[in-house]
Design a binder for this molecule. Sequence first.
Ligand SMILES: Cc1cc2nc3c(=O)[nH]c(=O)nc-3n(C[C@H](O)[C@H](O)[C@H](O)COP(=O)(O)O)c2cc1C
Length: 223
Amino acid sequence: MDVYDAVTSRRAVRGFTDEPVSPQVLHRVLEAAAWAPSGSNLQPWHIYVVTGTPLTRMKTLATDRVAAGDPWDEREYVMYPPELKSPYRDRRSQFGRERYSALGIEREDWEARQRAAIANWDCFGAPAALFCYVDRDMGLPQWSDLGMYLQTVMLLLRAEGLHSCPQMAWSQVRATVAEVLSPPENLILFCGMSIGYEDPSVNVIRTGRCPLRETVSFVGQCQ
Ligand SMILES: Cc1cc2nc3c(=O)[nH]c(=O)nc-3n(C[C@H](O)[C@H](O)[C@H](O)COP(=O)(O)O)c2cc1C
């Protein structure tokens, strides 16, 4: 698959079939993703790949917990600035409109939105997931390395005909994830990622992007 096709066909997919993902494919993807860049080649990512019984257990524990209205685990990092200013706030609202209109959910329908959100902890039906941890000593540049690594994984998954959804939602129930994975104390869970084959029956609206001029300034001859 051409790199442009991998980039443009990657979406946060929120509906997967139960078709299993071959362990060989996951190995191939993660072997290649290890070539992602990182400052001074620290490779600060710690990845757990979870399938089968442990994933089923994690999904059950997490969805039961969220459905019961348990409070989130104490945060280990700030997901978004508390006062999200423009243009970020507008972009987030636009995303919410796109996401819920795809599902036919009215803006005021809090219950339906909660039902849609809870699918996060079922990995949207995906039969495989990865969990990305980072050492708590690491700083902002190493966290950005995680992003490069995870995008590399997602693009390679496209080359294998697979889809994914990165999910910070898992960090809200990090203790439940830890119950299954028992990670060392020094690691912080950044996010999970659902992995599988897209369920074509799930309604999708492609999220848009702002015009290039809002995020890119060309300086010099490339204008
Ligand atoms: C670090 C990160 C965390 C995310 N967390 C979630 C999540 O918890 N649940 C979810 O449904 N989508 C999550 N997303 C997906 C974003 O909502 C999505 O990437 C964005 O709206 C752009 O849409 P697209 O990826 O389909 O192009 C996350 C994306 C990133 C990069």
